[in-house]
Design a protein. Structure first.
Length: 378
């Protein structure tokens, strides 16, 4: 059974079972723009998926308040894929058949990659996938629009730290259900600083245990381990390596999300992460301040990097729909055209799709060090 959530904000709000509805008179006056989403709302990535969904929902609900009863109204239909590639592909097909103007905030890069043929055939925009997966960033693709940097950018920044620390024995851990594009990007980043991986480990993201993988890393006598996986495997592997008194450092890509930060804080273990959105507590930045205000209206939503990434994707969807409406309509073709020409500042986070062969609107990457209490210290 697929889990289906609907977000439609008017004077009332229908959000994942709150039971509040928008009056028919309001719906009749508004132009409803329907976006679809396939997200991992169950399974090992459920917290990550919910955070992304909450961020998109917050952006849509806030936009609906601004638009009023006669403007555009933004609707989000979310289907649960449990992090499974085939379920995501089928969800996307279902959403396309339902006539969504675009799909926003997919929560797995591997699943998004599996759904690419559906997007390309239907010519429906795949907007703001919450992953840096390089397999969905080829220049030949016509429907993928990214609001965040890819793993190539993250790896270059991460590996610069490896060079600065003088590390030579490096482990690389990645998900085996992704294509070689991510591995090639990491290899290129390491080669650029004269380093070759000492140990390379491919994981099944849904495995119950990772004892063999942790032992392989420990046997490598590594200076550091670079992870590009969801948070679950990292948490288990770090537990095992920490128990074995591993003395090196842990690096993670943004894909581990806020979940990893919270779990490492509980363990009292520090980690270095690449992040592709500004710090979610940097209130001096206008987009962060607005994010806090808008997220507060979504029940159960939590502040963090992952929901902030979803929020930014939602803001971009709103801006694109408004631009499309000014040019004659909000159907899938108009929405795609609007995205291709979109250039805006969201309040300290700049978006520019123009001139990008891979339709990547931001290349912002920050490396942050998290101390044993989960605080950003660098």
């Amino acid at each position: 059974m697929k889990r289906r959530n609907l977000v439609l904000a008017g004077p009332g709000l229908l959000l994942g079972g709150l039971g509040l509805t928008v009056p028919a008179a309001v719906r009749a006056q508004a132009t409803v723009v329907k976006f679809g989403q396939s997200a991992s709302l169950s399974g090992g990535q459920s917290a990550y998926g919910k955070d992304v969904q909450d961020g998109v929902a917050a952006a849509f609900a806030a936009a609906n308040k601004v638009e009023g009863s006669k403007g555009l109204r933004f609707e989000l239909v979310t289907l649960d894929d449990g992090g499974d590639k085939e379920r995501c592909r089928q969800n996307v097909k279902t959403l396309v058949d339902q006539g969504v103007s675009a799909v926003v905030g997919l929560t797995s890069g591997a699943a998004a990659e599996a759904a690419l043929p559906v997007f390309e055939e239907a010519q429906v925009a795949m907007l703001g996938t919450a992953s840096g997966n390089m397999g969905i960033r080829a220049a030949k693709l016509t429907t993928a629009f990214h609001v965040r940097a890819g793993y190539d950018e993250e790896y270059r920044r991460m590996v610069q730290y490896v060079k600065d620390y003088g590390f030579t024995r490096v482990g690389y851990v990645y998900l085996k259900d992704t294509t070689q594009a991510n591995q090639l990007a990491m290899t290129a980043a390491l080669e650029a600083v004269g380093v070759k991986p000492t140990v390379t480990v491919a994981l099944d993201r849904n495995a119950k245990g990772f004892e063999a993988e942790a032992r392989q890393l420990l046997d490598g006598k590594l200076d550091c381990v670079l992870f590009t996986t969801n948070a679950g495997p990292i948490n288990q592997i770090v537990d095992l390596m920490h128990a074995a008194r591993y003395p090196g450092l842990y690096f993670s890509s943004s894909f581990a999300g806020q979940v990893l930060i919270d779990e490492m804080a509980k363990k009292g273990i520090s980690v270095i992460m690449t992040q592709v959105v500004p710090r979610p507590h940097q209130i001096a930045l206008p987009v962060v301040k607005q994010y806090h205000a808008d997220l507060a209206a979504v029940n159960g939503a939590r502040v963090g990097y992952t929901s902030f990434e979803g929020y930014i994707a939602g803001l971009v969807a709103v801006e694109a729909a408004r631009a499309a409406a000014r040019n004659g309509g909000t159907n899938k073709a108009r929405l795609k055209e609007a995205l291709a020409g979109l250039r805006t500042d969201l309040g300290g986070y700049k978006i520019n799709f123009t001139g990008s062969s891979t339709r990547t609107a931001s290349r912002f990457v920050e490396v942050v060090a998290l101390d044993r209490y989960g605080r950003v210290i660098g």
